[in-house]
Design a protein around this ligand. Structure first.
Ligand code: AKB
Length: 335
């Protein structure tokens, strides 16, 4: 029987790559949900496309009645900068929306007596380093250190990590009869992601991608963080690879529900220099936005992803130089 995979936020940065990767698998039927109609290049790859809002529980109930969901990739979210500007909307989408999807998944488990894998993208935004001295001395932060988010987005992501753990391990624990189906919650804390296919919106790690895409379009770019700002980044193909690896991993191999993954952690100026190497006429200046700077200064310079490498074999294909030389610059040149 084909496996039915629900992808929320399907039109987003990660959604594009995930649909392209999953649609090559004959055993997978994709149900794509997004606020906006799916681009035609993606829609024809899906078994069904639904235009709607993850906060609409009636819509989700109808969706669940029409499809027997086996796996959920819940990508829909407002990112960190936009969440700071619209905190109540962020909570509604990032938390209430996730609660709705967890309820949809656990209902599938209980009514069909099957396990549903729920893959959830969290973020380095759950970390809150207290000051730059601590950030510089902390080196690679593991999953259990400095989990003190300072943004609405980071708080949302941390809460939903815990909510997923509740639905997986403790849901309705006072019921007389335990459910025969279980929700299998799996979570990745993503670094900043850089895609050649899409320009991010609403993130605070977006300076990396914005700089490169502006240069490719021969537009000047004023970077909103300092030149020495350093956070973890990853090329989008490795993010997609990680989601698929984690989803497919035997549950017995997993020693935790929430995993860091890492690839490279350049400073903003290292990104600028590689951008200028690729686009010599680019004009990249610095105009730090002290408020947004404060957000990324609280994020770790690097994360420890040894658990992901040990438990489910994650290893990035792209380091910084390969990401630019073999993925970003060639793809942007073609675009
Ligand atoms: C953001 O910048 O808000 C996101 C993230 C780091 O999770 N890209």
């Amino acid at each position: 029987m084909p496996k039915t995979v629900l992808i929320t936020g399907a039109n987003g940065e990660i959604g594009h790559g995930l649909i392209e990767a999953l649609s090559t698998r004959p055993d997978v039927r994709i149900v794509a949900l997004d606020l906006r109609p799916l681009e035609e290049s993606l829609a024809h790859r899906c078994h069904a496309t639904v235009v709607g809002d993850v906060t609409d529980s009636e819509l989700l109930a109808r969706l669940a009645s029409e499809h027997s969901i086996d796996t959920v990739f819940h990508l829909a979210a407002l990112l960190s900068s936009r969440s700071e500007r619209q905190p109540l909307l962020a909570h509604r989408v990032n938390v209430d929306g996730t609660l709705n999807l967890l309820e949809l998944a656990i209902s599938e488990c209980r009514t069909e007596a099957k396990d549903v894998v729920f893959v959830y993208p969290s973020s380095i935004a759950v970390y809150g380093l207290p000051d730059l001295e601590t950030k510089d001395s902390a080196a690679a932060v593991d999953e259990d250190s400095y989990v003190e988010p300072t943004t609405m987005y980071g708080v949302n992501k941390r809460y939903c990590e815990m909510l997923g753990g509740y639905y997986a391990d403790h849901y309705r624990q006072l019921d007389a009869e335990p459910s025969r189906g279980h929700l299998d919650f799996r979570c990745i804390r993503f670094p900043g992601l850089i895609s050649a296919a899409t320009i991010p919106s609403g993130g605070t790690s977006d300076f990396g991608a914005e700089m490169l895409h502006a240069a490719a379009k021969d537009e000047p770019y004023a970077c909103f963080v300092r030149a020495d700002t350093r956070i973890p980044f990853m090329a989008m193909p490795d993010a997609i690879k990680a989601l698929l690896l984690l989803e497919a991993a035997p549950k017995a191999r997993l020693t935790r529900q929430v995993y860091n993954i890492a690839a490279f952690n350049p400073s903003a100026d290292e990104i600028r220099r590689l951008t200028l190497d690729a686009f010599p006429n680019a004009i990249v200046t610095y105009a730090p936005d002290l408020r947004r700077q404060g957000i990324v200064d609280a994020w770790p310079a690097d994360v420890d992803d040894s658990a992901a490498r040990r438990d489910w074999g994650f290893a990035p294909d792209y380091d910084l130089l390969r990401a630019f030389g073999e993925y970003l610059v060639p793809a942007l040149g073609r675009r």
